[in-house]
Ligand binder design. Structure first.
Ligand SMILES: Nc1nc2c(c(=O)[nH]1)N[C@H]1C(S)=C(S)[C@@H](COP(=O)(O)OP(=O)(O)OC[C@H]3O[C@@H](n4cnc5c(N)ncnc54)[C@H](O)[C@@H]3O)O[C@H]1N2
Ligand code: MOO
Ligand SMILES: [Mg+2]
Length: 437
């Protein structure tokens, strides 16, 4: 008799996986390499930015109270007592009716509390003595970029686990991180199973297909922030697969297999879990695609048995493997971010299970539109290229119509979400749908 599996809900499956979350270690990389890593500790300002009051313009620094009487009809004359560019400092103090020629970024001289732009003064040079004529008054603090206006000493600028984007790199440089503490990436093994699989450089043969999953998952791991290790593709032979899985399992932080998790005659993964002594957390999830996604655990280490069907494999990875990777990287927003959009086309297919439709998110007159891309079958690969979202269509309905509000999961987003927010947003969406009719 074929095994009858009991499906669990997607959110329940995510929670079961996250029971085995564990953070990785911290290491250092050079700042040039830091882009795309995840911060290994909070980034805290150890000084004010800017560190000193500075000029935001090329102009003249002076004392605002000396300018009170200046007007178009009776301009005031100030003696220019020095000139400084960015990086230079004016020694001494600026006194009554004096000004210092100052360039953008230079430190405001002692005594000054305002800057007037070059364009707004008339420059005079009499007997080798420079002065300016000012036709308007200035207020104290006018055109001064004050110390700490950007960030204050002690501010937490980014939390541990934050994705390092170019802006974070700028902050790291500002605070002198030549070497950046980053979360060590989890090593994630990939094994593809299936006697039908050809290497990607092999010509097609009858009954055979090229192995796309291994390379798709390889890049999904990189996008999620992990370090992929490809162990190869193996034919559906129990002993070979068992040896490979058992061997790879000891070399990685997490192991992914693709294919062989269903109930077919050559689907050996369930028996392999049993033989290596792993406990299965679930082997059926109430979703399409990816219903056969299986996750097992041995000594706290997870094995992700992703489906052989490409779309199912892809979705299973993003829902269940990605959060565990982000958590390893110390993110407290490990799950992909969920948003609300309007469905771009009718989706009449009824479905008992929650459906994760590969879709494309675009803007139409300021509204977020979610449009399915390609054929919605779990064995297709063509829908994946254009997908930047998964459209979540909860099961138990008669189908969906264009314009309905739907939840979408953002595949390219780096911000993520907390697990509980992800789960809660689902409840809100279901409530919304009940209200809609
Ligand atoms: N009697 C039943 N049959 C099936 C069930 C079921 O519940 N009862 N579930 C179906 C569902 S849903 C899925 S999804 C698939 C899952 O199959 P497996 O995970 O066991 O994967 P395989 O059998 O090895 O392969 C399925 C399919 O995917 C192709 N494949 C496999 N590996 C790759 C790869 N690396 N690159 C590209 N394509 C790959 C393979 O050729 C098959 O076409 O089971 C259903 N059946
Ligand atoms: O896992 Mo299967 O993808 O539900 O088609
Ligand atoms: Mg199978």
């Amino acid at each position: 008799m074929v095994e009858r599996r009991k499906p669990i809900k997607v959110n329940e499956a995510i929670e079961r996986v996250m029971n085995y979350k564990r953070g990785g270690s911290v290491r250092f990389v050079s700042i040039e390499e830091s882009y795309g890593h995840f911060l290994g500790e909070d980034l805290i300002a150890d000084h004010h930015v800017p560190p000193f009051d500075r000029s935001p313009y090329d102009g003249f620094a002076l004392r605002a109270k000396d300018t009170e009487e200046a007007s178009r009809n009776s301009p005031l004359q100030f003696e220019v007592v020095g000139e400084i560019g960015a990086g230079s400092v004016f020694d001494g103090e600026v006194r009554h009716m004096q000004a210092v020629r100052i360039m953008t970024g230079a430190q405001i001289p002692a005594g000054c509390d305002a800057v007037v732009m070059l364009e707004l003064v008339e420059e005079l040079n009499e007997d080798g003595k420079s002065s300016i004529l000012l036709k308007r008054s200035l207020t104290a603090g006018e055109n001064i970029s004050v110390a700490g206006e950007d960030t204050k000493k002690g501010d937490v600028l980014a939390q541990k686990g934050t994705y390092v984007n170019p802006g974070i790199v700028a902050l790291l440089a500002t605070f002198g991180y030549k070497q950046v503490p980053v979360s060590a990436k989890p090593k994630i093994g990939i094994i593809a199973t299936g006697s039908e699989l050809l290497d990607i450089d092999e010509p097609l043969k009858p009954g055979k297909i090229r192995n796309s999953n291994a390379f798709m998952v390889y890049s999904q791991i990189i996008r999620a922030g992990g370090e992929p290790i490809y162990f190869g593709q193996f034919s559906d032979d129990f002993d070979t697969c068992y040896e490979q899985v058992n061997d790879a399992f000891h070399q990685v932080d997490f192991l992914i297999t693709t294919g062989g998790v269903s109930v077919g005659d050559f689907d050996y993964l369930p028996a392999i879990y049993e033989k290596i002594g792993a406990t299965v957390l679930f082997n059926k999830v109430g979703m399409r695609p990816g219903s056969v996604t299986t996750v097992a655990e041995k000594n706290g280490k997870l094995l992700f048995g992703l489906s052989g069907n490409p779309s199912a494999c892809y979705v299973g990875f993003e829902l269940f493997t990605r959060p565990i990777i982000r958590n390893f990287l110390h993110s407290d927003h490990p799950v992909l971010k969920k948003e609300v959009a309007f469905l771009g086309t009718d989706f009449p297919k009824p479905n008992p299970f929650d459906r994760f439709v590969r879709g494309h998110l675009s803007y139409e007159n300021g509204r977020l539109m979610a449009t399915p891309v390609g054929l919605d079958k779990s064995n297709v690969v063509s829908s994946l290229g254009a997908a930047n979202i998964l459209i979540l269509l909860p099961g138990g309905t008669r189908g969906y119509e264009r314009g309905m509000e739907v939840s979408v999961i953002l595949l390219e987003d780096q911000e993520g979400m907390k697990v509980q927010e992800f789960i809660q947003s689902d409840r809100n969406a279901r409530r919304r749908q009940r209200h809609d009719g």
